[in-house]
Design a protein around this ligand. Structure first.
Ligand SMILES: *Cc1c(COP(=O)(O)O)cnc(C)c1O
Length: 391
């Protein structure tokens, strides 16, 4: 086996409490606060479902933490993203720009609206959408008039862009907003991975017209399954709440609805878990940043591999730590093989969206940076209290 694989295993084991007897996932949930108490309270009182005080409390906590004026809790992050897109008026036949380097949920939510994902290349400094490359590309292939931005090749409207803050590192939001303004495109943030990540001192999720966060079991904090919609626009917040709760018209006893609605409300049981998790969020982020710092020094000395560091404008949550294998795919695969064999869990990045059969017909720009990143990225164990001596 290659020396690099052995060096990497040693560096990870020096930093993180992982070994054969303690094989550990990339990101395992941490329940060290009031989780039992709050969940038990739901069972004791019978408030387990879509009505109950923890849901509102959870929304208020997220709103306080992120600085977003409104927060609407949902059953998962994909559902949150779906509603964000519907409220951004994404309709059948619209094109929506997304990074090809993302989790499938970003592309699926667009498909749920009957719209078409249009794939954008990445920036090596952020792992997210490259605003410069996008701007050049739109200049070349679109016409913008007072109705909006149109793809000259397909004739379809390009209505929105959905940047994704990859592994908790913020994309260059100011630069991207400039592109949005120039081309009359709406921004919706996929902030699923970036709870706790600040861009220029302000929490991510505040640049998009609407944004979606996920609380899946492997995210920084979890509600079991869950998501939340963030927005600073009151009418959108009201509509989001309305259509995620089956669009029921409030009334003492009548049951009637005024839109196609969704049963997307987060249950109280999940929100109870979430409240306990958010109480610990700041501590979790500190701990994750310490782990990243320790990894950074450990990998500093090792030839052939780079530890990915936060962009200068991002104070990242370091959701999943990233190694870049300089030599590329074949060596990357050997390292994945060997690390997993000895109980150090590592993973490659997601299959790029433009390679998936469902999106074979989707428009795309040159995606060479994303392809290069794909062949070099490895995620390494990143759980909250994983650092040695930090139980
Ligand atoms: C986790 C995640 C989501 C949402 O996932 P859910 O499992 O539905 O909560 C969306 N986009 C990205 C990039 C994600 O990582």
């Amino acid at each position: 086996m290659t020396k690099l694989a052995e060096d990497i295993i040693k560096a990870i084991r020096d930093v993180a409490a992982v070994d054969e007897k303690n094989p550990i996932g990339l990101h395992e949930p941490q329940f060290s606060g009031n989780e039992w108490e709050y969940v038990k309270d739901c069972l004791d009182t019978g408030w387990v479902s879509t009505v109950g005080q923890y849901v509102t409390r959870f929304e208020d906590m997220i709103s306080d933490f992120t600085g977003a004026k409104y927060a609407i809790a949902t059953v998962n992050g994909t559902a949150a993203l779906h509603i964000c897109l519907l409220l951004a008026d994404i309709r059948p036949g619209d094109e929506v720009l997304i990074p090809t380097l993302t989790f499938i949920a970003t592309a699926n939510a667009i498909a749920y609206c009957g719209a078409i994902p249009h794939f954008v290349d990445s920036d090596e400094k952020t792992l997210g959408i490259s605003p410069e490359k996008l701007s050049e590309y739109l200049k070349a292939i679109t016409v913008t008039n007072k109705e909006g931005c149109f793809n000259r090749v397909t004739g379809r409207r390009i209505k929105a862009v959905v940047p994704m803050h990859t592994f908790g590192h913020a994309v260059d939001l100011d630069a991207l907003l400039e592109v949005c303004n120039q081309f009359k495109i709406v921004m919706v943030e996929d902030a699923a991975e970036s709870l706790g990540t600040m861009y220029k001192g302000k929490h991510t999720g505040n640049w998009g017209m609407l944004s979606a966060v996920s609380f899946n079991g492997n995210k920084v904090v979890t509600t079991g399954g869950g998501g939340i919609i963030l927005t600073n626009h009151e009418p959108l917040a009201k509509l989001a709440k309305h259509i995620t709760t089956t669009s029921k018209i409030p009334h003492k006893w009548e049951i009637s609805h005024d839109y196609i609605g969704y049963n997307y409300r987060m249950p109280n049981l999940n929100a109870a878990l979430g409240c306990a998790q958010i109480e610990q969020l700041s501590t979790f982020i500190e701990s994750k940043r310490n782990l990243a710092g320790a990894y950074q020094s450990a990998f500093h000395e090792i030839e052939g591999v780079d530890f990915f560091e936060e962009p200068e404008f991002s104070r990242s949550n370091y959701w999943l730590n990233v190694l870049m294998i300089k030599e590329g795919r074949a060596l990357r695969d050997q390292i994945l093989e060997r690390t997993n064999e000895v109980g150090v869990m590592t993973r490659p990045v997601w299959q790029l969206m433009h390679r998936l059969t469902m999106f074979a017909e989707s428009p795309r720009m040159d995606l060479s940076t994303a392809e290069k990143l794909e062949s070099s990225i490895i995620n390494i164990p990143s759980s909250v209290f994983l650092r040695r001596g930090n139980e």
